[in-house]
Design a protein around this ligand. Structure first.
Ligand SMILES: NC(=O)c1ccc[n+]([C@@H]2O[C@H](COP(=O)([O-])OP(=O)(O)OC[C@H]3O[C@@H](n4cnc5c(N)ncnc54)[C@H](OP(=O)(O)O)[C@@H]3O)[C@@H](O)[C@H]2O)c1
Length: 398
């Protein structure tokens, strides 16, 4: 089909293309609801017919990948994989303390983030001792060795076995050309034979142009290499991070192995309902970073905005009131909101007492109304803190 024919075909269906930052064509209808670059395009991502149209188009463009259209459509429309988390399931999950990913592997309800972590070997060791099972690191955090030491010590002392842990690391933009080399390097630093989840850290390197030296690698080029890592048992699952709906479309249109996880900024000031709904439909779990809105970049970059807009999540009246009502800390209230929603929070802390406190946040259940009150914060005060637009001038979240 020629370019012209494609456009006509799409036009008939009310779909026109725009180009994304990777110069890849994206049907305009699917612009993410909170798009700042293309305001006015607020698609219903639940329209499976349009999704199928788009998948079919992208596959035609990618015949060299030899992905069968029917196979991809079947994967996308297979209902049995869909596990939207509701309150009933939440109760089951609470007792199991695990959720199941789309590939059958299970994952804890909450973890620990390690970016900017001080004394990571000791903190990770102690937090495993206290019950943490999910550990989120990245080559970019430059602490994989330390994290690995903590894990090794906990295993050697018989506190856990390797299989009890869920270790996540990520492929940084400078490593995208060769994810296998990147992951093997991470494994050496972590002193592990495999990780549980390997993520593509950012969908595009473009926003970092001029800051780090690297070759731009498209998602289509990279994803088959990520899939190969599962085939080689170097990771149990693969996923993505900071991907919006359009980016996920691209991966879903070419993948043999679906991303199991999308790790994104997510909290009551940034309740990304469209993205969450889309991920639920595709059975992609959301890992929530900056879950407490305490990431170091919040105050560092946005102190003025935080003061002006009153963005101080743990000091919000509603959070304080709920903390009193349930006899919990403010942090536990917010983390419980995440767990209730089925997003997996990965709060960072170097303080073992805090980690114990955070682990306890899975052990109670908020009333539905209270959950809604917290969710409503996003309508009044929506804010993204880990944002490419003001820093790099490119809106990767559009
Ligand atoms: N994929 C990505 O692009 C990406 C981007 C950003 C972050 N992440 C991941 O997400 C993790 C968490 O995100 P983040 O560090 O940005 O945000 P965060 O978890 O909201 O904030 C971390 C801060 O929260 C404090 N804290 C932890 N538990 C607390 C509690 N119960 N009550 C009050 N304060 C508490 C910690 O202080 P103390 O140390 O004093 O306890 C720490 O300074 C990171 O460590 C990293 O693993 C991923």
């Amino acid at each position: 089909m020629s370019e012209e024919e494609k456009e006509k075909y799409l036009e008939k269906r009310g779909i026109s293309y725009i180009k994304n930052y990777n110069n890849e064509k994206i049907p305009q209808n699917y612009m993410y609801k909170h798009s700042r670059t293309y305001p006015g395009q607020h698609p219903q991502t639940s329209n499976m017919e349009n999704i199928h149209d788009m998948i079919s188009m992208l596959q035609k463009e990618n015949e060299f990948l030899k992905i069968q259209r029917d196979d991809a459509l079947n994967k996308l429309s297979s209902k049995e994989n869909i596990t939207n988390i509701d309150r009933v399931q939440f109760e089951e999950l609470e007792s199991e303390k695990k959720i199941t990913l789309n590939n059958g592997h299970s994952c804890p309800l909450l973890g620990i983030g390690t970016s900017h972590m001080q004394n990571a070997a000791e903190v990770i060791y102690q937090s495993i001792k206290d019950g943490t099972r999910l550990i989120d690191t990245a080559s970019k955090y430059e602490n994989e060795e330390e994290v690995g030491k903590g894990i090794k010590r906990a295993i050697e002392e018989g506190i856990v076995e390797r299989d009890d842990l869920f270790v996540v690391t990520k492929c940084w933009i400078t490593e995208k050309e060769d994810p296998e080399k990147a992951l093997r390097n991470s494994l050496v630093r972590l002193q592990l034979d495999y990780v549980d989840l390997y993520l593509d850290h950012w969908p595009s390197g473009k926003c970092y142009n001029g800051k780090e030296n690297f070759k731009l690698v498209s998602m289509r080029e990279m994803w088959p290499k990520m899939e190969n890592l599962v085939e080689q048992n170097l990771t149990k699952s693969i996923g993505v991070s900071n991907y919006n709906v359009q980016n996920l479309f691209i991966i879903l249109s070419i993948c043999k192995i679906k991303p199991a996880v999308n790790e994104v900024e997510f909290h009551p000031y940034l309740y990304q309902k469209d993205l969450k709904e889309f991920c639920d439909k595709e059975n992609i779990k959301i890992f929530a970073y900056n879950p407490l809105v305490k990431g170091s970049y919040c105050k560092n970059r946005y102190e003025k905005e935080m003061l002006e807009k009153g963005l101080d999540l743990l000091n919000e009246d509603i959070v304080k009131d709920l903390a009193k009502k349930y006899g919990k800390t403010e942090g536990q209230i917010v983390l419980n909101w995440h767990i209730h929603l089925g997003t997996i929070p990965i709060p960072g802390t170097s303080n073992p007492e805090r980690m114990k406190e955070n682990l306890e946040s899975a052990k109670f259940e908020m009333d539905a109304d209270d959950f809604e009150f917290l969710s409503a914060l996003s309508e009044k005060k929506e804010f993204r803190f880990c944002d490419s637009l003001p820093i790099y001038g490119i809106d990767i979240f559009a």
